[in-house]
Structures are given as structure tokens and as C-alpha cells.
Design a protein around this ligand. Structure first.
Ligand code: FAD
Length: 495
């Protein structure tokens, strides 16, 4: 039987025997954290010839990295226009290119040969909750012409042809974005890193570091390690080794579910086979295992049991695709992502030999891969491109108050985009109703042999301008003359 998204083997889910660090060790690079970030760095550095030790407090992929949806797109959480405003066009372009290289790093690793059952497939559709044709066109132009990214703009009809819901309007299709079995990828990455020579120790929390000397010291409850470089890739759970760093992240727990098989009705309602994300970052889903839906949506700023969100996700699916009826949920999972105040990941060197790779937020696959490449290549080759991240400093996320504020802002953001979506759908409905009314009226007039009354002016439209007789001696302007209401009525014969 082929392995599927819903059947992560037990040993991958953390039930296998783990190697704990219980002896003194020397390495070139010590990476703290075996999530996507830590393992990408370990893999790249080991491939470049460094001796690498990864210390993981729990098990590989324990948090977000082992519980994500596997959608790989270019870019960052920070919208491109804001990125350009912040650092200028040239640097934004370079960062964007790096983010694409990060995605290609994932693609190159996630082959069936390297990671059996990873099932890569192309194509991601970003849909809009509101009617934003104009904004879409300028974004498409920017992505395609200025940022050299393959994109297609989809009109509303095309989006609704593949996703049968009135909730979504236009879309941007990324043919080179792709998806993989996200929960398998982190374990595949660990296997590749080990094969390249990295050593991974689980159940080995780092409790303190001394990064002052050339050879740095790393302390765990049962052993000590010395290394020339330490990479902090512990995300929001880093804790004691550098608490101030954890405090620059706003933790957000995101939850996802996989439904029971939904049968043929799913294929009638969703014919798009890649991942779908909405532009407000609320819903993210795709079909897995032929006829199940995998769907991420709810978020909290506190750690809750994912199973509590099964019915919320089922309700959300019913809101977007009511034709599916009641869906049963077979699995719920989730993890904490670390959001930064500025929306960009934290990648760089804090002091000589002390590196940070965190804050990857909801888009961690391409960005953590990019961090892996940048940090490993800087340590081993002297590549200084990580400095492009220097404008994005470590900003305190506001502690407990920041979490409450973050939650309220998140709720407000989701609420206001839901309201904007409802308004867009209302306007669309009103336009359709108006067209139907006009068609009926025209038909009634045709049958009665009468002419239709003049079109009613929408209340918001400015009153028509009456042509003023030219003042004596003043020349009349050329160009179309706007008819007065009277002349229109007379021509219509409706008075
Ligand atoms: C439901 C969900 C869906 C998602 N879907 C996508 C998606 O489709 N595409 C995408 O690009 N991104 C997605 N993401 C985001 C992505 O998963 C994260 O951005 C990414 O996993 C972050 O990786 P990380 O290595 O920084 O952190 P983590 O996964 O948190 O890994 C950090 C590791 O460090 C360890 N650690 C911490 N402190 C210590 C210490 N002191 N000593 C030893 N070990 C320590 C932790 O135990 C942990 O295992 C999703 C996230 C969630 C929750």
C-alpha cells in the first residue's frame, strides 16, 4: 500500500528509538532544534563538509515542522509591496530570489527517490476573498515582470469552475509552486542530513550556552558539547539558551485536519488538484488521498489540544463548500509558529559564531530552506548574503500583552476580511439581481411593445452634468456633450 498523508508511520511520529547525547562531543557546528530550520542547516553544512551535531529537546519534527501542510511557495509573510517600501526594490528582488532558491532546495530534496511517499505535485492557487481585479493585475505584473516569477491571473469564472463556491473571486496561479507530504518531509530531511554525515540527538534539550569564546560551550542535562558555531533554530520553544530571542516571537498555534473519505462528491465540487490558500491567510487546503480534504484554518495564541478544533474545521469546510454536507474528520494536528513583529524571518549572526534561524511563521518551508543555505554557506564559504536580512532586527514581541494584542489583531484581521468578503459577495449578488431585473423588464417591454424607462442612476453616482450655454464671447469646448435628463426623456419617449 502506498503511504499517504494520513498514515504517518509510528516511527516518524516520534515513537521510534531515539539517540540521546550522553557523552562529550566536539563539532564544527552545533544546531539547536531539529525542525525544518535546524535540519536544513545541518543538511547543507554537512554536504559542504562540516561536522554537525543537531540537539533536539524532544523529537524530530515535534512541533510545527512535523505538522504542516507541505505547500511550498516563493516569498515571505510580508507582502511584496511592503518589502519594497522597507528595503528598496533591488534588495527586495534579491530576497525574493533567495526565497525561490529556498523552494528549489525543498524540491531537490523531496524527490520520490530521496523520500519515498513524499508525492510532490505542482501548482498552487491563491484566491481572493474579495473582488480585487485591479489589484490582482498590478500584483501579477510585479511578480512576473519585476520578480521573474511564473504566475497566471485567473478570472472569477475560472476560479469558480475549479472551486465551486461563491466565496472566492479572482486567483493567482503559481504553476511552479508545489506541495509535498509535509509531515514526511521533516523526517526525510533528517535522513538526508544523517546520510550526509550530520549527527542528530533527540531528547537532548539545551539548557545553556556560553557563546563568548572561539570554541563555544553547549550544555545539556547529560552532556556537554563544544563547537565553533552555534545555530539557534529552536523557534518559540528555545527558552533558556537565549530567552530574549524567544521573546521576539509571537507564538501562534495553527490547527489542521484531514477528513474521512468524501467520495465522488468532492471531485464534483473541487477539481483543482493543488493547494489553495486565500489571500488573507485564513484557509489553506487541498485534496489528499484521492477523496479527502486536508484543511488548516483555526489559530490561537495559546497552546490547545488540536482535537478540540475538529468541529470548528468541519464547520469552516461547510461554510466554504456547503454542497459537501457534513464532513467527518479523521485526524487533527497542529503546531506553534513564531511570528515576528515585521513579518520577516530572523536569519543572521548575533555575535561571532552565534547564529539565529527562526521566525518562519506560516510559510516556513521555503524560508527555512533559504536560512539553511545562507547560514551554512556563510560559515563555510564566507557568503555574506544573509546580511540582506539586517534591516529586520530582533524586535521584542511584547510579552503576554503582545500575545493578547496579537490575538485581538488576528481576530480583528480575520473578522474584517470575513466582513470584506461578505460585502464583496453582497455587491456581486446585487449586480446579478439588477441584471435579472433589467432583463425581465426588457422582456416585459418587448412583449408589451413599449420602450423601457431610462436606467435608474445608482444613488452614489454623481448627477449628470448639464451643458451650460456658453457665456457670450466664450468658445464651446469640443468633445462629447452629456445629454440632459430632459433631452434623454424626450428621446426615450418615456414622458
Ligand atoms: C498547521 C500548520 C500548517 C503549516 N503549513 C505550512 C505550509 O503548508 N507551508 C509552509 O511553508 N509552512 C507551513 N507551516 C509553517 C511551518 O511549519 C513553520 O514555519 C516551520 O515548521 C518552522 O520550523 P522551525 O524549524 O523554525 O520550528 P519548529 O518546527 O518549532 O522546530 C524547532 C525545534 O526546536 C526544538 N527546540 C527548541 N528549543 C530547544 C532547546 N532549548 N534545545 C533543544 N531543542 C530545542 C523544538 O523541540 C522543535 O522541535 C505550517 C504550520 C502549521 C502549524
Amino acid at each position: 500500500m502506498s503511504e499517504t498523508f494520513t498514515s504517518v508511520p509510528q516511527e516518524e511520529a516520534g515513537f521510534r528509538e531515539r539517540t540521546r547525547l550522553s557523552f562529550e562531543l566536539d563539532a564544527d557546528i552545533c544546531v539547536i532544534g531539529a525542525g525544518l530550520a535546524g535540519l536544513s542547516i545541518a543538511l547543507e553544512a554537512a554536504r559542504l563538509g562540516a561536522s554537525v551535531a543537531v540537539l533536539e529537546g524532544r523529537h524530530i519534527g515535534w512541533n510545527a515542522s512535523g505538522n504542516q501542510l507541505g505547500t511550498v511557495m516563493p516569498g515571505f509573510a510580508l507582502p511584496l509591496t511592503e518589502l519594497i517600501e522597507r528595503i528598496g526594490y533591488e534588495d527586495a528582488r534579491e530576497l525574493w530570489t533567495l526565497s525561490k532558491e529556498g523552494a528549489e532546495f525543498v524540491r531537490a530534496n523531496a524527490t520520490e527517490e530521496n523520500m519515498p511517499g513524499i508525492t510532490p505535485s505542482d501548482g498552487v492557487l491563491e484566491v481572493s476573498n474579495v473582488d480585487t481585479g485591479d489589484r490582482l493585475i498590478s500584483r501579477l505584473q510585479m511578480l512576473h515582470e519585476d520578480f521573474d516569477t511564473d504566475v497566471e491571473g485567473w478570472q472569477v469564472d475560472r476560479v469558480r469552475d475549479v472551486l465551486k463556491t461563491p466565496r472566492y473571486f479572482h486567483g493567482i496561479y503559481y504553476p511552479r509552486a508545489f506541495q509535498i507530504d509535509g509531515r514526511k518531509y521533516v523526517h526525510g530531511l533528517a535522513a538526508l542530513a544523517k546520510r550526509a554525515g550530520a549527527r542528530i540527538f533527540e531528547d537532548t534539550p539545551v539548557v545553556s550556552i556560553d557563546s563568548s569564546g572561539v570554541r563555544k560551550r553547549i550544555v545539556t542535562p547529560s552532556a556537554r558539547l563544544r563547537a565553533s558555531h552555534i545555530v539557534l533554530a529552536g523557534n518559540i520553544h528555545l527558552g533558556a539558551p537565549l530567552r530574549r530571542l524567544s521573546e521576539t516571537l509571537l507564538p501562534v498555534w495553527r490547527y489542521a485536519a484531514v477528513t474521512e473519505p468524501l467520495g465522488e462528491r468532492l471531485a464534483e465540487i473541487i477539481t483543482f488538484r493543488g493547494s489553495v490558500t486565500d489571500s488573507d491567510g485564513i484557509d489553506h487546503f487541498r485534496i489528499v488521498d484521492g477523496d479527502r480534504l486536508m484543511w488548516a484554518s483555526p489559530e490561537t495564541t495559546w497552546d490547545a489540544r488540536p482535537h478540540r478544533f475538529a468541529s470548528a474545521i468541519a464547520r469552516r469546510i461547510a461554510t466554504i463548500f456547503p454542497q459537501l454536507g457534513k464532513v467527518a474528520i479523521s485526524d487533527v494536528f497542529g503546531g506553534a509558529v513564531g511570528l515576528t513583529v515585521h513579518g520577516m524571518p530572523q536569519i543572521g549572526q548575533l555575535r561571532r559564531g552565534l547564529w539565529v534561524a527562526s521566525g518562519f511563521g506560516r510559510q516556513g518551508l521555503n524560508t527555512s530552506a533559504m536560512a539553511g543555505q545562507l547560514i551554512a554557506r556563510s560559515i563555510l564559504w564566507g557568503d555574506e548574503r544573509w546580511r540582506l536580512f539586517s534591516p529586520f532586527e530582533l524586535v521584542w514581541a511584547g510579552g503576554a500583552t503582545g500575545r493578547v494584542a496579537g490575538h485581538l489583531i488576528g481576530m480583528w484581521g480575520r473578522g474584517s476580511s470575513a466582513a470584506a468578503g461578505a460585502l464583496a459577495r453582497y455587491r456581486e449578488g446585487a449586480r446579478v439581481r439588477e441584471r435579472v431585473r433589467e432583463a425581465r423588464l426588457a422582456e416585459a417591454n418587448r412583449q408589451a411593445g413599449t420602450r423601457p424607462p431610462p436606467r435608474r442612476r445608482p444613488p452614489s453616482a454623481p448627477p449628470p452634468v448639464r451643458p451650460q450655454p456658453p457665456a457670450p464671447g466664450e468658445a464651446r469646448e469640443s468633445g462629447p456633450v452629456v445629454p440632459s435628463q430632459e433631452s434623454e426623456k424626450l428621446r426615450d419617449g418615456s414622458v
